[in-house]
Design a protein around this ligand. Structure first.
Ligand SMILES: C[S@@+](CC[C@H](N)C(=O)[O-])C[C@H]1O[C@@H](n2cnc3c(N)ncnc32)[C@H](O)[C@@H]1O
Length: 328
């Protein structure tokens, strides 16, 4: 079994520089997928003109935004600077959305630093009257951080806003309903809660405990990506708040989870990242899914062919002799 991981790309600037020549996109460029109509753009989510170029005059019905959370590990700004930056990409998101649309925002709350940026972000959002606050979802992470002197931090926050009156479709978990005994008289007949329900499984509420956080042994793992969201979580959002053929946007692509979820569920996705390396990973993840039906690179990585070729050149006495390997 191969085991060929990439280092964490956010902290390994040397590796990011090494991968740049293998990236299709440079800053300001947009890749268009002719098979399903997706787009991947290399842009700054806060730059209005770049976002407009990517949108090309279209509007989306759903935005799933997962910005860096302003935690120390991910290059921290002052909380007020972070929020000012957020107002720019939220304004760009608002312009990119149809009059009836949904916005989901993943965020963190640093318990070692005044819980920023979550409460600051929530208050900032009140300055966008077109967005109504609808839900505050918590997804439980299986791994956490903390000390012996505090509760371990295992939560991942997800805010749900709506613009206008978009549709919402109730989602169900895989957890069977075990609790019986909620009886009610319906049209004179005494019914138990299981009989009244549309599903034998528990409905997804605003606390998600049934989704596994991505880790290196999972098929969907994209090594090198440090902040990948579980495909099941993104698919739940896409199913709840969009319809087939709708356009979905995500300005912080990273490992390309939203694009892949949209491809699998028959939606179009316009997604972007400021870093060409993550744009390339996003495109390759889509291509790999189409070619092999795989959702990630367990025991490999998105640049394994190029890195193996580089290693072969280094290890070959006659320069220029390279090992030919399949792209996937
Ligand atoms: C938390 S990750 C997103 C994870 C993603 N949801 C996934 O499942 O892989 C945030 C991403 O935002 C990108 N980013 C940071 N600043 C940005 C900006 N100004 N514009 C666009 N992307 C940015 C980073 O390069 C990083 O890949």
């Amino acid at each position: 079994m191969r085991n060929d991981p990439l280092p964490r790309l956010d902290t390994d600037t040397g590796m990011r520089a090494r991968l740049r020549p293998y990236c299709r996109l440079a800053a300001g460029e947009v890749w268009t997928d002719h098979a399903a109509g997706h787009r991947v753009a290399c842009l700054d989510a806060a730059a209005a003109a770049s976002v407009e170029t990517m949108m090309g005059g279209e509007v989306a019905h759903l935005a799933i935004q997962d910005p860096p959370y302003n935690l120390a590990a991910f290059g921290q700004k002052r909380p007020d600077e972070f929020i000012e930056w957020c107002t720019k990409w939220v304004a760009n998101t608002s312009r990119a959305l149809a009059s009836d649309a949904s916005l989901y925002v993943w965020l963190g709350a640093d318990q070692n630093n005044g819980f920023q940026p979550l409460p600051d972000f929530m208050i900032m959002m009140r300055g966008f009257p077109e967005f109504a606050a609808r839900s505050f979802i918590t997804m439980r992470n299986q791994r956490g951080y903390g000390t012996q002197a505090n509760w371990m931090a295992v939560r991942q926050e997800l805010l749900y806003y709506t613009k206008g009156a978009p549709e919402f479709e109730v989602q169900y978990t895989d957890i069977p309903k075990l609790v019986r005994g909620y009886y009610k008289d319906v049209e004179g007949v005494r019914t138990e809660n299981l009989e009244r329900s549309r599903s034998e499984n528990i409905r997804a509420g605003n606390v998600w405990v049934d989704i596994q956080q991505v880790f290196y042994r999972m098929e969907e793992n994209v090594s090198g990506c440090y902040a990948q969201k579980p495909l099941r979580a993104i698919e739940r959002i896409v199913r709840a708040s969009s319809r087939p053929d709708d356009l979905v946007v995500d300005f912080f692509a990273h490992s390309g989870t939203t694009l892949l979820a949209c491809e699998r569920l028959g939606r179009r996705c316009y997604t972007a990242d400021i870093d060409p390396v993550y744009c390339e990973i996003t495109i390759r993840r889509l291509e790999r899914s189409r070619a092999l039906g795989r959702t990630g690179w367990q025991n490999g990585n998105p640049f394994e062919v190029e890195l193996a070729r580089e290693a072969a050149i280094v290890n070959t006495p006659e320069a220029g002799v390279t090992a030919q390997t399949s792209l996937f």
